[in-house]
Design a protein around this ligand. Structure first.
Ligand SMILES: O=P(O)(O)OC[C@H]1O[C@@H](O)[C@H](O)[C@@H](O)[C@@H]1O
Length: 483
């Protein structure tokens, strides 16, 4: 029997480790997606379709085309797709990580790259093939009239491929990262195909209205008819375009922060920080997070306020990701050099101003956020940024939040956070100084505003609203067709 709910994403809810299928162990990934959609998938007889991302995943997929994983959210049926390695590399590393991610975050070094040459076109073909493979897997798994939720830029072409084979389905696509304006989007030679791929859906979701509005402007620039919340697809359907800002599940997060491993992390971090003021940031180690400018601002603070030396510590928890991408490797190298330079210039035998850790240690991240005196979140661009929402919810010191205006989270948190232009290191240094000088009353007031806004639309509600809107959008479509 087909599934009434199908979810498709590149990264699935678990990744396997182990040397053989018999010994393979699933490890739950981070991220809010599984928290948001896991319960609905488990309750409603759904299927999650994802890519094999490790050798162990591929072995498991080869022997078990459909498997069941047991998670706190329930038992979830999972289908892992394993395209040929070179096809998957082109899809994920070349197009996903080196073209679409930098496009959406305006990260291209336009004077030198990207090279949209024959190699790009060959990689794009593979990108299309993987998307078609996903569409075929969704078509295979879905019951008549089922709901299909397709996630993110990796799978932008899947909605139209799926619609061609299964016009009965209700299809949604959600973009978890920003969307650039038409001027920047026009850099991509295959932009029309990408957008028309997404227009196969009935409902397109974005994190905040800014990204949805940019998407609509890109559609208009390509000649599609748009209004403030919909686009006319080439086949005459009205595709709804909406935003769904994700919030924090406070109960679940506080439970995670109360775990013994987090308490142990707090003891370690406290003993290493002593009485110093603790400035914390937690990010994936990658260029859009703007970690280098954050360090420059911290350096400026130490230069402006020599009395802070020996009395402040900056914890930079930047866990490695996508290290196969050359731009990420270079960025990681620059980060290590910047930290070494600041520590050599300002530190001494008793004081290390910047502590950098690059391993992925979730309990330590929660520990650091809970005991921070100041939280820095300054991405160049970010779809939402959940650290900006999670940090303040578990912080115990009313730590001021320093937040980039270009993070989607700014829409919800601006009233309580200290807002900064992420390109302006002097402004970030000013905000750090302001955070240090802030009265206890102002800290408490701002922290309360941030906490209250951060827990609006927790993951289950976020997904529930999308399901209701998809039903409505697909219903409108049906009535249009019958008229
Ligand atoms: O490449 P990875 O490690 O699977 O990360 C991808 C995800 O990274 C997240 O940070 C983004 O918000 C998502 O948009 C994206 O899908």
């Amino acid at each position: 029997m087909g599934a009434s709910l199908v979810v498709a994403s590149n990264r699935g809810p678990v990744q396997f480790t182990g040397d053989s299928d018999e010994t393979a162990v699933p490890r739950r990934g981070g991220g809010g997606l599984v928290t948001a959609i896991g319960p609905a998938l488990a309750d409603g007889g759904g299927v999650w379709i994802a890519a094999s991302m490790s050798d162990a995943d591929r072995r498991v997929a080869a022997s078990r085309p459909m498997l069941t994983v047991v998670l706190p959210e329930g038992r979830i049926r999972l289908r892992l797709l394993s395209p040929a390695q070179e096809v998957y590399d082109a899809f994920y590393n070349e197009i996903g990580n080196r073209v679409l991610w930098p496009l959406n975050h305006c990260l291209f070094d336009l004077a030198r790259g990207p090279a949209f040459d024959g190699a790009f076109r060959a990689a794009w073909k593979h990108f299309r093939t993987v998307n078609e493979g996903y569409a075929a897997a969704c078509a295979d798994a879905a019951a008549t009239n089922a709901e299909v939720f397709v996630h993110d830029y990796h799978l932008a072409l899947a909605p139209s491929a799926l619609r061609r084979s299964r016009p009965d389905l209700k299809i949604a696509h959600y973009t978890h990262c920003p969307w650039p304006d038409p001027h920047y989007f026009a850099v991509l030679p295959t932009g029309r195909e990408l957008i028309e791929g997404m227009l196969g859906a009935d409902l397109l979701g974005f994190e905040v209205p800014r990204w949805a509005a940019n998407f609509l402007r890109c559609c208009a620039a390509l000649g599609h008819q748009v209004d403030s919340a919909a686009v006319l697809a080439p086949d005459g359907r009205r595709v709804q375009v909406r935003s769904y800002p994700l919030g924090v599940d406070a109960t679940q997060l506080r439970r995670a922060a109360a775990a013994p491993a987090v308490a142990a992390g707090r003891r370690r971090l406290s003993s290493m920080s002593g009485d110093a003021v603790v400035v914390v940031r937690v990010d994936r180690l990658e260029p859009s997070k703007n970690i280098l400018r954050g360090l420059r601002a911290f350096q400026e603070l130490l230069t402006r306020r020599p009395e802070l030396r020996g009395r402040i510590v900056h914890w930079v928890l930047a866990y490695e990701s996508r290290q196969q991408v050359p731009e990420y490797q270079r960025y990681a190298g620059d980060l290590h050099s910047a930290v070494a330079e600041i520590n050599a210039r300002f530190g001494d035998s008793r004081w290390t101003p910047v502590r950098l850790a690059t391993d992925d240690d979730y309990p330590r991240s929660l520990a650091a956020l809970s005991l921070a005196d100041m939280i820095v979140v300054n991405p160049l661009w970010d779809g939402q940024n959940m650290v900006a929402k999670e940090g303040p919810v578990i912080n115990e010191k009313d730590a001021p939040l320093l937040l980039s205006r270009n993070a989607g989270a700014a829409d919800d948190l601006a009233a309580g956070a200290l807002m900064v232009n992420p390109f302006d290191t002097a402004e970030l240094a000013d905000a750090m100084a302001a955070a240090l000088d802030m009265t206890a009353e102002e800290r408490a007031e701002r922290a309360a505003l941030v906490r209250e806004a951060a827990v609006r639309a927790p993951p289950r509600e976020w997904f529930g609203q999308q399901r209701r809107d998809l039903a409505e959008a697909a219903g409108l479509q049906a009535s249009t067709v019958h008229r």
